[in-house]
Ligand binder design. Structure first.
Ligand code: NOJ
Length: 764
């Protein structure tokens, strides 16, 4: 920090610090950091405070020549004038140091910048996409994956990630389902906590921890018709019971920032919603970090038809409690004028700037603004062996075995003639998935490379038609190949007379993600045709799926003997897949999101409410007057919580410790889990309840607990869960969280379809 600046700041701190020491009231209330924030605010001009609320995208080669004109020059000037509080998309120690140096050494007060980046699933060394990680149900592993991502990103100068995305997603058409934890509020809440704890670590001021950001607040995952950025309709009960709990879990885990959302909810853009940001988040929940807008979401309120112009948008957003403006230029241009005109209270500016400064203090940026800028560490940490080992472990835990009806898997390690088919089999980019801004193309281990690490089988590869044309960077839907069938016949020929065919099919890495909504959930390009043609010549097919969302693979499910869901597993993808195919790792993942049979069924999710006309045995076989489709069953292809293993598990002896309990008591649920197959394996045992009648209709099943149980072949273990009033709470018609007396069903099993059940009563 430059000496003059430090002097002003220290002087202010000394005076205010002294004053507060003499005031017993303040002393007991304010933390040291809050006192420092107050001191700093006291010497800041209105413009400087508003500057803290301004987040700019990286705008020039920071180490290169200064920009002379255009937007970049303007941003550069703003930075020098202390009108920028944070920057995103600047990475690499040299670059971060360069911008930080301007903020610290050239501005009047020398306040350091926060450096943000989308560290979504790893950084340069990529872990599986978040939806895949969620399929592990392994909270420790997920936390470690976030921890590792923070270690790598912070070594590149970054101290703030725009993750975790904790939006509940029930519609596979929405491309961003890949970025979340799926459809279940309970599972997603625990994962939100694990990710926040992983990124932020135990000490946010350490050089290898980064501030996390719970996004997108709120209801973004409910985009109508699965079309990204679309409007949402959410009633207060769904908002409270389904959408908000993962955000609350992130808040309770100490998340430092929230990001608001592009969508409107019931006619109010989330970015302009006082109800969400001020009333619920800040007042009701007591969140004391800051809220950042999504990219341009303040000015997008004009397109929404909610703000007249950018000035009006700034006024709405600031009043609503959106503390930092990402790339709308609304605050930096208009807020000072709005305060001077009496349109926005100066207190709002003080509060927003204070929240941002507080996070800067907590990160330790005032003690050492260059703490993330160590070139030696950057060199040592980026792409290290330990990080590769971490993403490999996470990748193995994320796979879900969907089918293995003839026990084709695991494969023998020698003597097999194997055909490997599919353009994705030697794709070294798609497995990286979407959101991989710091990773280069072609840096994943392909399936083909992974399989070659097992040298005693004979592999012949044929790509079949290309999945897309052009370069692999940011592939667009228009690049998906729908015309050139070359390679098709050769692939079919290659599959003939082989012992096993491994077909690697699915989506390109950029077919899911932001702005990547699709209405067709089938296999794109010529892949379905190829699968059927290969099946004609060889039925011993193992289908390895790579995709960022649930797919409708009914034909494959009906015909292909073995199907492994391998999502987009990141840098070590091919090694992880090969180890699972050869049985060196027994898959134990379970789906965090329902796979529909038909896109017409979406939104489809296991914890739906019951209608007044569910399917009952009373229905005459011919009646149509119940809630169903005439042309397809209501059932999904694969339900939430589903996933197989190379071994089998049986559930027995379900017992409840009592048939009723009051609100102060509890009920112990026990059962025996047996590994009834031939391999050691892990089972994610799941506990569901159903509240049979309530002041607001409750779902037909709700996940309320799970455990990962590791058993040797033939081994049994007693498993138990405890249910109490807290477990049974929901946001009721009384507008509060409470458990209501009445009857409940309890289910245990290996998926949400389980019908191993008992029941009990909750009394007052
Ligand atoms: C827009 C996305 O919605 C958000 O999730 C992301 O963090 C920002 N862009 C910054 O890249």
């Amino acid at each position: 920090m430059n000496k003059r600046v430090k002097f002003i700041y220290l002087l202010a701190f000394a005076i205010l610090g002294f004053a507060s020491c003499n005031s017993p009231k303040n002393k007991s209330k304010k933390s040291v950091i809050d006192q420092k924030v107050d001191s700093l605010l006291s010497v800041m001009t209105l413009e400087e405070k508003i500057g803290q609320m301004n987040l700019y995208n990286g705008f020039w080669d920071a180490t290169g020549p200064k920009p002379k004109n255009g937007n970049a020059a303007k941003k550069y000037q703003d930075l020098k004038n202390g009108l920028v509080g944070a920057m995103l998309n600047v990475r690499g120690v040299k670059n971060v140091k360069a911008v930080q140096k301007i903020a610290v050494e050239e501005t009047r007060l020398g306040i350091p910048l926060i450096i943000g980046f989308d560290v979504i699933h790893g950084h340069k060394t990529l872990a599986p996409i978040p939806l895949a990680e969620a399929a592990s149900w392994d909270l420790e592993a997920i936390k470690t994956a976030a921890r590792n991502a923070a270690v790598e990103a912070s070594a590149e100068g970054i101290n703030w990630t725009f993750a975790p995305m904790v939006d509940i997603s029930r519609d596979a058409r929405w491309g961003r389902v890949m970025e979340g934890a799926g459809e279940d509020t309970y599972l997603a809440s625990l994962i939100a906590k694990a990710r926040v704890e992983g990124f932020q670590g135990e000490d946010l001021s350490a050089h290898n921890t980064i501030a996390a950001c719970a996004k997108h607040f709120a209801a973004y995952g409910f985009a109508e018709a699965g079309r990204d950025y679309n409007t949402t309709e959410v009633n207060p009960s769904t908002l409270r019971n389904t959408i908000l709990p993962p955000f609350k879990a992130a808040k309770d885990a100490g998340v430092k920032t929230f990001m608001n959302a592009f969508n409107d909810a019931d006619g109010i853009p989330a970015t302009g919603s006082q109800h969400l940001q001020r009333t619920i988040l800040k007042e009701e929940w007591g969140f004391n970090g800051f809220v950042v807008s999504d990219w341009g979401s303040i000015k997008e309120m004009i397109a929404h038809g909610y703000a007249k112009d950018n000035k009006h948008a700034a006024e709405i957003a600031a009043k609503a409690g959106s503390d930092m403006d990402m790339e709308s230029y609304a605050y930096v241009k208009h807020l000072a004028g709005l305060v001077k005109d009496g349109k926005v209270k100066e207190a709002y500016i003080n509060q927003a700037a204070a929240r941002i400064l507080k996070v800067k203090f907590e990160l330790g940026l005032f003690d050492d603004p260059y703490k993330y800028c160590d070139e030696a560490r950057e060199k040592e940490v980026l792409g290290s062996k330990e990080l590769h080992a971490g993403v490999l472990d996470m990748a193995k835990k994320s796979m879900v075995l969907l089918k293995n009806s003839t026990n084709l898997l695991p494969l023998k390690k020698q003597g097999l003639n194997i055909a490997v088919i599919g353009d994705l089999a030697d794709d070294k980019t798609s497995p990286l998935g979407s959101w991989r801004l710091a990773a280069e193309d072609n840096t994943a281990i392909s399936v083909l490379e992974g399989l070659k690490a097992y040298p005693n089988n004979n592999i012949t590869f044929a790509s079949g038609p290309k999945l897309y044309t052009g370069t692999p960077t940011f592939v667009k839907e228009t690049q998906i190949n729908t015309t050139d069938k070359s390679g098709f016949n050769e692939a079919v020929r290659t599959a003939r007379n082989k012992d096993v065919v491994i077909m690697v099919l699915g989506e390109h890495g950029f077919q899911s993600g932001e702005g990547r909504s699709r209405v067709d959930l089938g296999l794109p390009s010529f892949q379905q045709q190829l699968l059927e043609a290969v099946y004609e010549v060889n039925k011993n097919i193992v289908l390895v799926l790579m995709n960022g969302r649930p797919l409708t693979i009914n034909w494959a499910d009906a015909n292909i003997p073995s199907i492994l869901e391998a999502w987009q597993l990141g840098t070590q993808s091919g090694n992880a897949i090969a180890q699972v195919l050869y049985g060196d790792y027994n898959p134990s993942g379970k789906l965090p999101m329902t796979f529909p049979k038909h896109v017409g069924q979406v939104p489809i999710y296991y914890n739906h409410k019951s209608t007044g006309r569910p399917k009952t045995s009373d229905h005459d076989a011919n009646t149509v007057f119940w809630s169903h489709y005439g042309d397809i069953s209501n059932d999904p292809l694969y339900e939430f919580g589903y996933g197989l293993s190379y071994t089998t598990f049986t559930y027995d002896n379900l017992k409840l410790s009592a048939k009723s309990c009051n609100k102060k008591g509890n009920i112990k649920v026990t059962f025996t889990l047996k590994n009834s197959g031939n391999y050691r394996g892990k089972e994610v045992v799941q506990l569901y309840i159903q509240d049979l009648y309530a002041s607001i209709i409750r779902p037909v099943k709700e996940l309320k607990g799970f455990k990962i149980v590791d058993l040797k072949a033939g081994e049994s273990k007693k498993v138990s869960f405890t249910i109490d009033a807290k477990t049974l709470e929901f946001y009721s018609a009384n507008n509060k969280w409470e458990a209501e007396v009445g009857e409940f069903k309890v289910f245990v099993g290996g998926s949400s379809k389980t019908n191993i059940e008992d029941s009990f009563e909750l009394t007052d």
